[in-house]
Design a protein around this ligand. Sequence first.
Ligand SMILES: Cc1cc2nc3c(=O)[nH]c(=O)nc-3n(C[C@H](O)[C@H](O)[C@H](O)COP(=O)(O)OP(=O)(O)OC[C@H]3O[C@@H](n4cnc5c(N)ncnc54)[C@H](O)[C@@H]3O)c2cc1C
Length: 501
Amino acid sequence: MSVTDTLERSETPTGVEHFDVLIVGAGISGVGAAYHLQQQSPNKSFVILEELESFGGTWLTHKYPGIRSDSDLYTFGYRFKPWVGPPIATADEILTYMGEVIDENDIGPHIRYKHKIEAAHWSSKEKQWTLEGKRLDTGEPIRFTANFLWMCQGYYHHATGYTPEWEGMEDFRGQIVHPQTWPEDLDYKNKNVLVIGSGATAATLVPAIAGDCAHVTMLQRSPTYFRAARNVNELADLLRVLEVDESWIHEITRRAILFEQAEFTRRSFEEPEVVRKELLDGVREYLGPDYDIDKHFTPRYRPWRQRLAFVPEGDLFEGIKAGKATVVTDEIDRFTDKGVLLKSGELLEADIIVTATGFNLSVLGDIAFDVDDKPVEWPNTVTYRGMMFTGVPNMVWVFGYFRASWTLRVDLLGDFVCRLLNHMDRMGVKSVRPELRPEDKDMEVLPWLDEENFNPGYMLRRMHLMPKRGTKPEWQHNQDYWAERNEIPEIDLEDSAFVYE
Ligand SMILES: Cc1cc2nc3c(=O)[nH]c(=O)nc-3n(C[C@H](O)[C@H](O)[C@H](O)COP(=O)(O)OP(=O)(O)OC[C@H]3O[C@@H](n4cnc5c(N)ncnc54)[C@H](O)[C@@H]3O)c2cc1C
């Protein structure tokens, strides 16, 4: 008997395995979903299907040098599992933390690796989903049925990153590498490396390789906001000296960080110029008065319109100061055999070019969804709070926060889904879907994101593929943890936006 046979699940007469809840993805969202389900709806059978060979999602896929979080782990960690290390963590440290959550809660036997889901069919007659896909180890087709789908597949393609098409790329005689598919044996020692991009990935990668390269250049079209600080949390460290219990330290530190972040976000909107000056002064402190901060570190947008990149210990700036790394702000005209020719006419020669140019957005894991044989066109749906979609029953997508740690929403939605499932059991109903209420019928329907509020490139490039949002708070993902932490627990499950059958 295999381990999975000991778990609660059943097989239909056709031999298809059936679970109450099927979780897609074993990243930080999927593992969190499993934990909450076990705790709050313990009678539900469930399985996690994951196409990779192990858990971790983002933290398993990305293997470039220096890979680390840019959120603090007190809030990127789950609320139920204390974080005991320095606030900014490496991918390995995050994987260890997640591994402990899996072991401590016996989640491992519920996960099936190398299981890729390709299609999901909803039957209103059966009131259940049928999932189809394949095993990546054996190539065998797979088929499962489930009452409820908990979509924890993230928001971008794991297989390949986004690289723009530049003229002459094929002429370049060196190697072109995307951080998302970093070759483990890439030899950059004593080589000239050009990193294109200046987001969190570039800011991590540049100092991590600067010591080994002959030289590393960070080429950006436009600057990013950076926040440099020491990788310590003084409050947590003090509480440790006072021998306060780690679970208390976790909760107190989380509250303090979230309080400070709320203040920072509020100020970014209310006094953007003051915040801008503070951020730029922080950079100036590292680079000195003679460095051209205006050109290389002063973004065109106001703070918080894109994710802020955190620079622990100011390591990026230390690399620049030491002459190991250079920032160039210019546009690419074309690639040549030797490197990149800029619009200014300068040629940046390189042995290796790293395109830290972002992700390809994936809408619901690129799974082909249909409801009663009618394909789901996501842009024709309206989102209920960025988690459910009109016309699509028994499904929740965990789409976290960008301005706060993603995982804060994993916990909030964990509570919500379990509350919903338990409510449905009490009502004796088998399906739920959100639908616009009569009072919503005239509501304006808009693209998923408000570009004025938040506008990262990977979202803007593929926004036309995303579901729509409405103008009322319940019909959008407002990216506001501080509002949602009160609103989500108070959602009225009897509201007529929920249609039960
Ligand atoms: C380099 C990097 C650094 C980041 N740093 C931070 C940070 O510091 N703070 C923060 O808040 N956010 C950060 N993010 C955003 C980050 O992706 C999320 O915070 C979080 O890790 C997402 O978790 P997830 O479980 O929802 O998705 P993912 O981590 O993307 O995991 C999804 C999993 O689902 C699997 N999957 C997808 N489709 C299918 C399918 N069809 N069938 C089976 N399995 C499937 C994938 O293989 C993957 O394992 C970062 C992102 C990147 C890329």
